[in-house]
Write a protein of this length. Sequence first.
Length: 227
Amino acid sequence: MSSEEAVPRRRRRNPRGQGQVLKTELVEAAARLLATLERPETLTLRQVAREVGVAPASIYGHFPDLGALVQHVLRLRYDELAAVMRTAADGTEGPLADLAARCAAYVHWGVDHPGPYRTLFGGGMPDELVPTNAHGAGEELLGSVVASLAGAQQDGPEHRDHRGPEQEWQAGLLLWTALHGLVALYNAHGNMPWPDLTDLIAQTLALHTGRPVAELVELARTADRPA
């Protein structure tokens, strides 16, 4: 019998009126599988049902198809990361401190949660299952970095170039690309003798802001590291 045909383990039925419990279990199961499967694009509703211990038909009372379930997981993960970045930036003074806090929180979350990070940014999911607009919730993440970076550059004496919105967006996108590369490489090759992660974040920010590395190291270190 193949793994796809395996009979799901028995699961005690929720009391009447507690269908939300099953929905939560389905979301948590899908999130675990997406974070741990070698090829998350092979996820099926049958696998999710087996993980929870219900019949596949039980899922349709909460999600019309696999795409809807996966997109729900994506939104939750984006919300989680956005909240971590906002919390890190709360109470900071000035756009440079805001930028350092958000970027440090982003990188540390990605390194501390490699599975969820891969779910958001690892790619590989087919467009028919997860269309591009399903990642729209992630625009807040990039938008916050764009705004902080623009402010930090304008505050710097060597960067008062008054870039337009398109140039600011491109600058933020390049910074996010660098941070993503740092997380992805660190997660894929964590056994390498990496320099201190905060130092790498500060050096990356220095390249994109023109501000001194020592100043950015201090700001990045004072940012609360997500649990």
